[in-house]
Design a binder for this molecule. Sequence first.
Ligand code: ADP
Ligand code: MG
Length: 682
Amino acid sequence: MKSTECAGTPLTQLKGVGHARAQALFRTGIETAEQLVTYYPRDYEDRRELTPIANVKIGDSVMIRAKLVNTPSTFRKGRLAITRARAEDGTGHIQLVWFNQAYISKNLEAGREYVFIGRADHKYNTLSLLSPKWKEALDDERGILPIYPLKEGLTQDFLRQTMRQALELPTLREYMPVEIRSRYRLAEYSYASHQIHFPDTPEDVDLAKARLVFDELFMLRLALLQVKNNRIFAKNGYRIPPAPDEAKLRDRLGFALTKAQERTVQEILADLDSDKAMNRLVQGDVGSGKTAVAMIALFAAARAGRQAVMMAPTEVLAKQHYQNIRDLMEPLGVRVGFLSGSLTAAQKRDADEKIQLGLYDIVIGTHSLIQENVEYARLGLVITDEQHRFGVRQRAALAAKSEMPNVLVMTATPIPRTLAMVLYGDMDISVLDEKPPGRTPVSTYCVNSDFETRIDNFIAKQVRAGHQVYIICPAVTESETGDLHTVMEYGAFLAKEVFPEFKVGLLYGAMKNAEKEQVMQAFYDGEIQILVSTTVVEVGVDVPNANLIVIQNAERFGLAQLHQLRGRVGRGKAESYCVLMTDSEQVLTRRRMKVLVDSEDGFFIAEEDLRLRGAGDLFGLRQHGLPELHLADLARDLPTLRDAGEAAAAVLRDDPDLSLEGHYLLKQKVQEYIARGDETAL
Ligand code: ADP
Ligand code: MG
């Protein structure tokens, strides 16, 4: 992270912030005083109501403001150290009692005034506050106080004091155009910032939140639209026409494209055949046939004399793609290469050289393909299969490698339309909403552990019939509570006790890459019959011969993830099965499992997941190269998201570059936002 990229007031300019404290804030991602203001309270402490001691009743949780009459003294009773003191406030006396906190006597001073918060009880024959929290009584301790999430090196007092200063900065100015504020009835910015931290009343918190949630979503949309419209990326000055002999390639595919594939191919070919750089997302459920679509684009680039690369998230998948594409295209005279981290140094050098000399038309591989030392002759198309998304910075890095290449991102993670608009707002989107014909549905069942033996027998039956089986566990090694199935223990148990006659393999994320690839390869080659794995198999491997997946502790996974896991099977001709094992009796779990049992429509499942579970971290903004949302929740705040999106589009319609005088502050804010998001991008 380069702090120079963020314009703003250095934290150390605030009183009481030295190097150590600034570092502690830096570790939470805060670099400037302006950013500190977006470190929002997780809760509030209402100190408006002080109770006079005379009114304190046993059982009440109260806050009193009182003078300490004597220095706290400690006596022992068995293993317990009991510290007591008396306090008075002019209306009465009360005893303060702490257990095993003898140090209190060092911190509290007789004769001074404090605020004590605690529960009143009758103890040692008198009215007492039990283990009260205490604060020195200052005037500004009245009112509603923020409670911040604390990280190492930060304290409430420090954050409160520092926040008060940051809120007084002259740089904290209204940047939202007045039409938008009045149209969506938004509170003024500095009012909202003050009230979210130090509210006058709980109602003020609501008003402040409404404004700030709007801001977050507005910024998100505006930034994405800006990036999408950005001229630097938009024009690349060359065209890739459809391959003149595309029909030959299609013939070799051995099937006719579905309507959805055909539509998507046409959208991609139109993008390629323009002087603007493509930036397109193809969303298609597992098995919808994204690879064939990619192949036609790769072929067009190769024929046009532009290099094309395709990246996969794992070596095994990359190798599979490589073999398929090579077999398909080499007979047509296309030179296909492979590059990944697993190559020997000599092989890598050889591949690098061939890429640089333009001896490969198409290169398939892993993320190593866009690493800095790889130089392309004429890179014209980059396709990523699953998971990777290009942030602004990665795209800039690509642009530096050659003229801005066309970018195609393929994902099988179904995202509800409303959210796709947010997360991929900077891209054009194609949707493969149709599966190739002749697919047998995956029969899905949800059962509890009473069925364990029957499931084991079913697994054995499938393996004996020549099929392969996945068993998914939520954890790798013994969990603290011991109630989860683990790859290590459960896997070893299955191998030894249940399926001694079969070959059982284990797979999990923490394994060395080479080992992981080896296991996946062995499963792919059929040497492993039962693969016990964590969710690393989610997108890592494509084994048509596997026709059964058993998911242990299914309640532990998100619906979208379960759907993705289920997509590992049903890829071949055989009848396929997914068994969700869970002993959870929770209503929500039952409902979520039912969604999967009833449906195989990824988009429907994603929408249900969002509805049942909330957005949470499901869509990992960071992974998308966007700053995280602090206040907004994509599931809960969908209506605001719509408003904010509408507002952002309206602003850019009238002023595409935000060059109008009235948009000056807004423009600054967006630029900073984009820079910040790019820094956090993976
Ligand atoms: P995904 O979208 O999950 O990447 P793939 O591209 O791997 O899907 O395709 C899944 C399977 O469907 C592959 O075996 C592929 O050959 C086959 N396939 C793709 N398109 C069609 C089609 N139009 N008709 C028949 N089979 C197809
Ligand atoms: Mg695929």
